[in-house]
Design a protein around this ligand. Sequence first.
Ligand code: PSU
Ligand code: MN
Length: 301
Amino acid sequence: MSTPSISEEVRTALAGNRPVVALESTILSHGLPPGRNREVATRIEDVVRAAGAVPATIAVLGGVPKVGLTASELDYVCDPANSLVKLSRRDLGAAFALRVDGATTVASTAALAHAAGVGVFATGGLGGVHRGARETWDVSADLDVLATTPVLVVCSGVKSILDIGATLELLETRSVPVLGFGTDSFPAFYRRESAFGVPWRVDTASDAAAVVAAHRSSVPGSAGVLLANPIPAEFEMDLDLHDRLLAEGLERTRDVHGKDVTPALLEHFHTASGGVSLDANEALVLSNASLAARVAVELCR
Ligand code: PSU
Ligand code: MN
């Protein structure tokens, strides 16, 4: 991996062993609509700072992997006119060599964060095993990267557009610890609970940090950890609306393939919910960013 270009602020924080939280850019370029994405980008960074950590949003600009974006770089990433390419980890070499502008997914953000020395990462939802994966083989590279990259990913579980049970089975197979934050149920993004439990529950940021530290230092061959934080209760989506959007979304995206599947499903939720899903998405990302920052602070103690 070519060494990422790390912003001055992030570099200084890392050198001083101060907390840093990595943030992905695909949620900005492909997960939220133009305009709203730029507002959310600022709010996420503000929330991380308020909790005492330095935000490091990650993207590839002109073929250069950037860790920590300036305000004008965030403008660039959020402007649909620049048509950023969605980059998973496998796309990074091509993006560097061909000098592409691209947004990083959980998989590529985690890889670049680790290369830069950042061990905590906040996002909205993790990619996972898609429904129908038995036929399509559609399993997000996010899972593979978590299994091989020593980064803590804080998210609100996975969307029910995915096969949540299969996603949890794969995380078990790949030895990725899954911690529920203040919950015994694995969260389903827009909903606080799914039909599935979590193997471990933690109720404080310091307990989460203690588990991450023990996992990293004492479990041979260990890699990433998933901390699943339910959406704030006041933003949880109504169950009937959720189920209707899900059924419609799956139906309408039946002919979509590859990396276009997840953005197409997200787009359907946002356009068909009259903004409810956008508010939910923003609320959960901010909550995850805040929690990630608190855990990063604890890890630096
Ligand atoms: N799930 C969400 N919101 C998102 C994504 C997933 O609820 O924005 C994005 C993330 O960047 C994630 C990527 O890493 O989609 C997964 O894409 P795929 O399923 O193509 O691996
Ligand atoms: Mn896929």
